[in-house]
Design a protein around this ligand. Structure first.
Ligand SMILES: NC(=O)c1ccc[n+]([C@@H]2O[C@H](COP(=O)([O-])OP(=O)(O)OC[C@H]3O[C@@H](n4cnc5c(N)ncnc54)[C@H](OP(=O)(O)O)[C@@H]3O)[C@@H](O)[C@H]2O)c1
Length: 317
């Protein structure tokens, strides 16, 4: 049993966006951390991935300043982790108002709350803040966002930085990993396409370093211990094209690699422009926290094992 002193010193963590992949990975990691945290989550209900129970997961709209302020004044979190985001890169070109509300106005609300409560804000951002002319990028490279999603994420970062609060920004890219609800990511999409048994196309000229969500959970645990501030890049050990990533997925999950056909970005006609040579170099985080981000093969093997354990499907090693 923790002493009353330990209990009073326990960090009170509030995760925003309970339905996100990252939230699930963080909760998973903190559950096995030797340090015990008081953990609450809020969900907007948009994703339908999370189930408010009124005990640890609560319904609250982070885009509504009064709602989130009242919630936080009551819960008094010492650390707020914002994983909520409007992440549909192409749809954001059309649904600009919603994208701005979630990716910028909500961050303004959280910054205002942190100013009132002295909470530390940990906020997630993306390699899309860069234009992709010469990635992968370090924390000191100059951002130049291309599409509307990218611009909102850049604006969200700026809100944190200019907010006069304790904050940490984590820029990551192409997240993948096992989740209870098999939430959408590139691996799940590719496996779905492979299971249809028909040829399909994947771009061979967009480069990134895909990131296992479990590594993000581990990074957050490290940041929580030291309450480290600043910008951190969080990306996997291998930098490759989407086409090569898709082929690697087929190999690890023993599916038909030959169904995957290369296509160029120009031929794909995506609504939003993409950083072609994106990705983030994670050396700062790896050095500071003594950790190593997974490479593609080991990340996919981890994901496959976890999916088998949760009984999601038939794939065998
Ligand atoms: N996925 C990637 O490849 C990637 C790459 C780079 C950066 N990132 C960043 O990493 C963070 C986490 O990404 P993720 O992929 O884990 O997220 P995700 O799975 O796409 O989930 C985002 C969550 O945001 C919440 N949300 C969505 N629309 C909302 C709205 N209108 N109002 C309030 N909340 C809303 C939803 O949670 P509730 O339904 O629980 O509210 C949703 O589950 C984001 O900041 C994202 O920009 C992701």
């Amino acid at each position: 049993m923790p002493s009353s002193k330990q209990q009073s010193e326990q960090e009170r963590i509030l995760i925003i966006g309970a339905g996100s992949k990252v939230a699930e990975a963080i909760v998973r990691t903190l559950a096995i951390s030797p340090i015990k945290y008081s953990l609450q989550q809020i969900t907007s209900g948009v994703s339908k991935n999370s189930h408010p129970d009124g005990k640890t997961v609560f319904r609250c709209d982070v885009t509504n300043r009064k709602e989130i302020k009242d919630f936080c004044l009551n819960a008094q979190p010492t650390i707020i982790i914002n994983t909520a985001a409007y992440t549909s890169v192409d749809k954001a070109e059309e649904e600009r108002q919603t994208a701005w509300q979630v990716n910028v106005s909500a961050v303004e609300n959280l910054v205002a709350v942190c100013r009132l409560t002295d909470a530390h804000l940990i906020h997630f951002s993306t390699d899309y803040v860069f234009d992709g002319t010469h990635g992968p990028y370090t924390e000191t490279d100059k951002p130049n966002p291309l599409g509307y999603y990218a611009k909102t994420k850049m604006a969200g970062e700026n809100v944190c930085i200019g907010g006069s609060i304790n904050h940490t920004i984590i820029r990551t890219n192409v997240l993948y990993g096992a989740t209870q609800a098999l939430k959408h990511d590139f691996v799940v999409w590719t496996l779905g396409k492979l299971s249809e048994g028909k040829p399909f196309s994947v771009v061979n000229d967009q480069f990134s370093n895909p990131t296992l969500i479990d590594d993000i959970g581990y990074l957050i645990e490290k940041i929580l211990r030291k309450k480290t501030q600043g910008i951190f890049h969080a990306g996997g050990a291998d930098w490759l094209s989407r086409f090569d990533f898709a082929r690697k997925i087929a190999q690890v999950f023993r599916e038909k690699e030959e169904l995957i056909q290369p296509i160029t970005t120009t031929d794909l006609h995506q609504a939003a422009p993409r950083p072609m040579r994106g990705g983030v170099i994670p050396y700062k985080a790896e050095t500071m926290f003594g950790m190593k981000f997974s490479g593609i093969e080991s990340g996919l093997v981890t994901m496959k094992r976890q999916l088998q354990v949760t009984g999601h499907h038939q794939w065998t090693l």
